[in-house]
Design a binder for this molecule. Structure first.
Ligand code: FE
Length: 258
């Protein structure tokens, strides 16, 4: 890492792909430990909006004047050990139509997709950032029986692959259903597992983030119909049937003509 500044007992450092003044501040202390983690908001207004939400949540601690490399900041405590929200996956009766909408209206970019031999899409993975996906659409194999537009899963970035095994023990001890994994995805190349929370929603936990995309000329990775299982499970036990059919809310609804 490069040293960008030194102040009192602290040294500020950045890695060669980091964009900002520093990503690590090391301060001399008698005991090891974590001081704080910071997230950058996209504007002053965005920061103020986040502060309002944090204050409502009860996790807010208050404003500080700032630090070398950043201005005024608002401090808060995290209520859960997961690191961050990673992505959301939605079940869709028309993957391509939803994909095109998000690309045309909101500027999402296609990162990976699985395409049937007739040209229609089984799934597409989209993002507005270097993450492989913040949003995915997957074909709903149960549309005709169970309605349209369900949540497939919400995913949190948890940590490293070993953490998934640690978590598997905690979840099993507490009677939480593990639907699949730990396993490795083909799409995104991430280690992950799927859990059904007590309320019935599917939650994915990422053991790592997979790869990151910094190339503005990125061409989407295309998987064929024959490769669909490899796209979802690169290695690990096969997915249960529920993975392709179960979403929430799990309701009966009339099929809408496309
Ligand atoms: Fe996912």
């Amino acid at each position: 890492m490069q040293e960008t500044a030194r102040d009192g007992q602290s040294v500020y450092l950045r890695a060669y792909e980091d964009f900002y003044h520093h990503t690590l501040k090391v301060t001399e202390r008698n005991e090891p430990g974590l001081g704080h983690i910071s997230w950058r908001a996209s504007s002053k207004e965005a920061l103020e909006r986040r502060v309002k939400e944090l204050e409502k949540s009860g996790a807010g601690k208050g404003w500080i004047d700032g630090d070398l490399g950043h201005g005024a900041a608002y401090q808060f405590v995290t209520p859960v050990p997961v690191r961050r929200l990673d992505h959301v996956n939605l079940m869709s009766s028309d993957v391509t139509r939803n994909k095109n909408f998000m690309m045309d209206e909101l500027g999402f970019r296609l990162r990976e997709h699985v395409v049937r031999n007739d040209g229609s899409e089984i799934g597409s993975w989209l993002s507005v950032s270097p993450l492989v996906h913040e949003l995915a659409f997957m074909g709903d194999a149960s549309t005709s029986e169970q309605g349209l537009g369900k949540l497939h899963h919400v995913a949190f970035w948890y940590g490293f692959p070993q953490h998934l095994h640690d978590l598997s023990e905690v979840l099993t001890e507490n009677g939480i259903q593990i639907e699949a994994g730990p396993l490795k995805h083909g799409v995104s190349q991430a280690m992950c597992m799927y859990v059904i929370e007590p309320g019935g929603n599917r939650v994915e936990l990422f053991g790592d983030s997979g790869y990151l995309i910094f190339d503005p000329d990125w061409k989407p990775v295309t998987w064929t119909e024959e490769q669909v299982e490899r796209a979802i499970i690169f290695y690990g036990e096969p997915l249960p049937d529920t993975y392709f059919k179960y979403g929430t809310p799990n309701v009966q609804a009339p099929v809408v003509n496309k």
